[in-house]
Design a binder for this molecule. Structure first.
Ligand SMILES: Nc1ncnc2c1ncn2[C@@H]1O[C@H](COP(=O)(O)OP(=O)(O)OP(=O)(O)O)[C@@H](O)[C@H]1O
Ligand SMILES: [Mg+2]
Length: 446
């Protein structure tokens, strides 16, 4: 941040300069209107402190100029001689504040604190990017937009989505974009622990609450105080514990096991599951009232197969991650590999994709990721070798031709018109070529 001080009294200029530097400004000083105007022409300022009565004119001239040419600059007028008209004009021009000499140091500091907050706020880039969630497909853009919208508010969020689709990533993004971002993010997997352990982990216990409770233990709910509690696999939470959780969600109060003392915490709750909770409710395995408590906002994470266009970006992202982790250079990613991945059902979603890329990074020997999947490698890379005894080009070409014709027919489901189209041939040309390799006669045309 940069500030200009325009003040003809050098002792006051010095005081202002000292005070301003406490607020982390780079400071330029001017003692006359002329000097001030010169400084304005040379630099952009976030803030200007302006005295009105100057040896060579009125500071208002500089203020007018500033507000006309660089309206972003905040202006504070510091003066002993101002008519009401001048003050009126100053405010109409949009100066931030007006301080009368002599002023109290605290008063000026307060004003400077406020204006600096305003300037910093203007400068801060709007944090709307969510770089950790990779993808540019429509469904992902929509997902990110929802995250941005709900993150700032203390509402409970329920994240639904298939296994490996990125639910935990979404939960973390919500936390990072919320005012709680510098407080803890505490995750617990409700499916990974037996019921009793889950309860004591969540709510904590007093020494002697049960055999083995040799000392007090803080629950995760308490550890998350001020931050976000992420209840993963909430659909797997046993019913009795659901009741206890519901009570907590309604009151934000709970009693650790073996204790009589009620505790109160301030946590935001984000839950996730890959189960169909509506189904679970019907089957009596999930409390409907708890569902509505948790599901103030529901975010659905789309499965990877519905956003396959994100695959190349994700592969690149993971390739970089694992190349760094394993210290293996990846020069490029084979196109055949991407094609192969795009063709997979990817039931395991992003996690499955990530695992495949990890394996390929480890296995690669030529620095080309997935070179083994490169179906088109032979001509793509023109890796032609001619042995000493020579080759029979006609036979090779015939073999290549036959394979392409066969493949095209296969892809076209046996339809020759379609197969011909795939190879850039007319039907006649296709039939002629195919007849060389197919002994069949009198087939029906299609
Ligand atoms: N859009 C994405 N960009 C980058 N990485 C992603 C993305 N989605 C998921 N991942 C990564 O894929 C892996 C699985 O994601 P995550 O653990 O969030 O899935 P999940 O939905 O919680 O799965 P589960 O239901 O099995 O718990 C993680 O390593 C995560 O970092
Ligand atoms: Mg998860």
């Amino acid at each position: 941040m940069r500030a200009l001080i325009l003040e003809d009294e050098s002792s006051l200029r010095e005081i202002l300069s000292i005070i301003l530097s406490e607020f982390n400004y780079e400071i330029d000083e001017a003692g006359t209107l002329q000097e001030g105007i010169e400084k304005l022409e040379e630099n952009d300022y976030d803030l200007a402190l302006v005295d009105l009565r100057l040896p060579d004119g009125s500071g208002m001239e500089l203020v007018r100029r500033l507000k006309r040419e660089k309206p972003e600059t905040e202006v504070i007028i510091i003066t002993a001689f101002a008519s009401t008209e001048t003050v009126k004009e100053a405010f109409e021009l949009g100066v931030y504040d007006y301080v009368e000499k002599p002023f109290k140091l605290e008063d000026l500091k307060l004003i400077l604190r406020n204006v600096t907050d305003k300037i910093e706020l203007k400068k801060r880039p709007v944090e709307t990017e969510i770089p950790e969630i990779v993808g540019r497909s429509k469904p992902i853009e929509k997902l990110k937009e929802t995250i941005r919208k709900v993150a700032p508010y203390d509402v409970n969020v329920l994240i639904l989505g298939e296994s490996g689709s990125g639910k935990e990533l979404v939960a973390k993004a919500i936390h990072h974009l919320s005012p709680r971002k510098n407080r803890p993010f505490v995750a617990i997997n409700c499916a990974a622990l037996p019921p009793e352990l889950l309860e004591s982990e969540l709510f904590g216990y007093r020494k002697g609450a049960f055999t083995g409770a040799v000392s007090d233990k803080k629950g995760l709910i308490e550890k998350a105080n001020g931050g976000t509690l992420f209840l993963d696999e909430i659909g797997d939470m046993p019913l009795p514990l659901q009741a206890k959780l519901l009570r907590f969600l309604e009151t934000r109060k709970f009693i650790p096991l073996g204790s009589t003392e009620e505790r109160e915490v301030d946590v935001r709750v984000v839950a996730a599951t890959n189960r169909n909770l509506k189904e679970e409710i019907k089957k009596g395995r999930f409390r409907e009232d708890l569902y509505y408590r948790l599901a103030t906002i529901v975010i659905e994470v789309p499965p990877l197969r519905e956003r396959k266009e994100d695959i190349p970006l994700l592969v690149e992202f993971f390739a970089r991650e694992f190349s760094k982790k394993y210290g293996k250079e990846i020069k490029r990613i084979s196109k055949g590999f991407i094609d192969y991945l795009m063709g997979l059902p990817l039931e395991g979603n992003v996690r499955e994709l990530r695992n495949i890329v990890e394996r390929e990074v480890i296995l690669t020997e030529d620095g080309i990721l997935g070179s083994g999947y490169s179906a088109e490698k032979k001509h793509d890379e023109c890796d032609v070798k001619i042995p000493e005894e020579g080759v029979n080009l006609k036979e090779i070409l015939a073999e290549v031709e036959k394979r392409y014709l066969q493949k095209a027919l296969e892809v076209a489901g046996g339809k020759k018109t379609k197969a011909a189209e795939l190879l850039g041939l007319t039907l006649r040309e296709f039939r002629y070529r195919w007849s060389k390799y197919s002994p069949e006669k009198g087939e029906q045309e299609n």
